[in-house]
Design a protein around this ligand. Sequence first.
Ligand code: ASP
Length: 296
Amino acid sequence: MVVRSFGPVIVIHGGAGKIAPDLVEARRAGIQAAATHGWQVLTAGGSAVEAVERAVRTLEDDPAFNAGRGACLNRDGEIELDASIMDGRNLAAGAIGAVKRIANPVTLARAVMEAGGPVLLVGEGARQFAAVVGIAECGADALITERQRARWATLQEENAVGVGTVGAVALDRSGHLAAATSTGGLPLKAPGRVGDSALIGCGTYADDQLGAVSCTGNGEAIIKLALAKTALEFLAVGEEPMTAARRAVGELTIRTGAGVGIILLDRYGRIGTARNTAQMACACIRNDNADPEFFD
Ligand code: ASP
């Protein structure tokens, strides 16, 4: 069977879970802007890696999302950020975990990838690396929004769910895939907790031979199922992208009962998405039509 390539394609998610009614519009506008920025990179001949980094940066800068500015606070009332990026062309990958005072964690993750040494740097070491590569720190308060501070003050541990993690997958004109994910993690998380969004194979994965994935939702469950790689294994045995996404989320649901969502692209640029949560705002641009399509 000949499967036509649909590249370039970019798909964005703005986190799995119930979206507060007063954030619905802002989230939609945010993922639209992110998809458009990533698309502009792709149509200008940029790489999938550049496109997913650009798209995720847009959402890190947008206080309506739980990534970069606007991220949720941990138990101590501080922001600790996780992010990762992967290049399907050569399996290059970079990630940072529990890092403070970095406005665009995805760019730091990309710098880790490009340095070509460790794949994952955490905490203080990640900050030191940022200084070495010339990524400036911001003040701790610069990333904290009033909304998240108020939420921290009133949240009870038992109903603390993270919503608003961001991610992107893209296929560029040269047929290369990339994926990136960025988050503040779960509200009231333990200081030092690193979630799936920093872990290659769990929250993020890209391999030109298979596909690209970004996950969101309960990080502990996603780690246990290595969800991004698990979804791609379903593609590898011949499932359609939509079926692969659904089977991965279905298996996680059965095994853990946790709430998650994923976006996926196969190497032909075909899209798969699945969630077991109430909502997961998504947008994509493809087929040389610059108007984003939205789905949930
Ligand atoms: N997966 C993220 C984490 O557990 C949270 C989320 O996607 O909402 O850190």
